[in-house]
Design a protein around this ligand. Structure first.
Ligand code: PXL
Length: 289
């Protein structure tokens, strides 16, 4: 039986307070017409950007939890994973996505969260990075930032602006690891333009999608972007259109939030602009490169 509503297994932590991971993916993807089924990797009182938090690692329960989805024969159109906490967790998830793919041809979207701004997150060991590389091999779509691109390709991160040729080279090399679609987020080009770039291997097409960068770092905006991107893809938008719509919403969310005197840790106030998910502005600025 085919799913009437696209059904998405969201493999993320649940952080009770501080908009990120599951508490972003759920409202955004539901509003865009998808059913979200959380497969929790950890349960936290609030995300780790706060000075104090409770953390419960869910690794040892993942297999048992997922087994019951299999027994019940639940079908997933998509699996979307984000931050992963341990080597064992990545191994279990790699196995789960292989089973999903085999049973239902599920679209596998991996956000290989490992670092930002040239810094590898403190939890990421060499072994963990190797496992993340393994997971990426099984993905259909990956959405790394530049730091993660450098980790995956084993090259040195430099905070210089990049040429389109270099970006195309990175996109191509990442696609040879396995994924059909590679989307590199948040890069600055030699022309001082902020862009997302992507490569569709099947179509052999590269795209550059400019966006307006607002220089305030709210946690969870990466999760917001990828959730929007997946939601718009399932709404039937073309790859570069889904990317452009997603980044426009993130920019608006950041702009809106910056008008208020709120705790940056609590993420962007996307609830204030939900109606903008459906704006009918279909003028796109992306380019084939
Ligand atoms: O992607 C943001 C995020 C997700 N999950 C946890 C976090 C953070 C950011 O700090 O701590 C647990």
């Amino acid at each position: 039986m085919k799913n009437i509503v696209p059904t998405i297994a969201a493999i993320h932590d649940i952080s009770g307070y501080g908009r990120c991971s599951t508490t972003v993916a759920l409202p955004i993807l539901s509003a865009l017409g998808c059913q979200v089924c959380p497969l929790p990797t950890a349960i936290l009182s609030n995300h780790t950007g706060y000075k104090d938090f409770f953390f419960f690692d869910y690794t040892d329960y993942l297999e048992e939890y997922y087994k019951h989805w299999e027994i019940n024969n639940f079908k997933f159109d998509c699996m979307y994973s984000g931050f992963l906490g341990s080597q064992k967790q990545i191994e279990i998830i790699t196995d789960i996505i292989e089973r999903m793919k085999k049973n239902n041809n599920t679209l596998i979207v991996v956000d290989p969260v490992m670092g930002d701004h040239g810094e590898v997150y403190s939890t990421y060991t060499k072994e963990l990075i190797e496992k993340m590389n393994e997971l990426v091999k099984h993905a259909d779509i990956i959405t790394p930032n530049l730091t993660e691109v450098c980790i995956l390709l084993n090259i040195k991160y430099e905070s210089t602006n990049l040429s389109i040729e270099t970006l195309k080279d990175y996109l191509y090399k990442l696609s040879t690891i396995g994924p059909n679609t590679v989307l590199i987020t948040g890069v600055k080009t030699v022309d001082n333009e902020f862009v997302n770039v992507c490569y569709d291997k099947k179509e052999n097409k590269y795209y550059k999608i400019p966006y307006e960068n607002i220089d305030i770092k709210y946690p969870g905006t990466g999760d917001l972007f990828t959730s929007l991107f997946v939601g718009y893809l399932f709404k039937g938008l073309k790859l570069p259109e889904a990317i452009e719509k997603a980044s426009k919403f993130v920019t608006l969310a950041v702009k809106t939030t910056s008008k208020y005197d709120v705790d940056i840790n609590n993420g962007v106030l996307f609830e204030l602009i939900m109606k903008d998910l459906f704006n009918e502005n279909n003028i796109y600025n992306y380019l084939v490169i």
